[in-house]
Unconditional design. Structure first.
Length: 153
């Protein structure tokens, strides 16, 4: 049985749970893209607890299987993070979280960024209607891509 709900990330226990899944997922991504100093891995549970973004989680058999972090500004949605616990890879968790956003949030356009080398993530977003906007290399040296999608109202 799966369920998606808003996560109260300001709660210490919940921020620790989100942090744990971020660490497990981002370690896999860092290896995938060949990065030894992957910026998302430096984020702390306290950072998660104090952020103004919103978090939604997919629960599977009472375990938190995936988390999506978003920021809604006017009618623009930014997907800040989308992570899946490695125990739940290839089970459609990320797609279910994206579908949930489309159905639940009021926005006109959505943006997401990821590493150019993260082909599984790029393919996932393209499957959900995202197209490339730009590529660039920030100061940390990991080449990134920004993708955009419009909500079909």
């Amino acid at each position: 049985m799966t369920e998606i709900s808003k996560l109260e990330h300001s709660d210490c226990g919940m921020s620790e749970l989100i942090y744990s899944i971020f660490q497990r997922s981002y370690q896999v991504e860092a290896k995938l893209i060949g990065s030894k100093n992957f910026p998302p891995l430096t984020r702390t549970a306290k950072n998660i607890q104090e952020t103004s973004q919103s978090f939604f989680g997919l629960w599977s058999s009472k375990r938190l299987a995936g988390v999506i972090e978003v920021e809604l500004s006017g009618l623009t949605l930014s997907i800040c993070s989308l992570v899946v616990d490695p125990d739940f890879f290839r089970q459609g968790v990320a797609s279910q979280l994206i579908d949930f956003l489309v159905k639940s949030l009021d926005y006109q356009e959505a943006y997401v960024e990821t590493a150019v080398a993260n082909l599984p993530a790029i393919k996932l977003y393209q499957k959900h209607g995202f197209t490339e906007v730009k590529q660039w290399t920030p100061q940390h040296g990991i080449k990134k891509i920004q993708l955009k999608a419009f909500k079909n109202i």
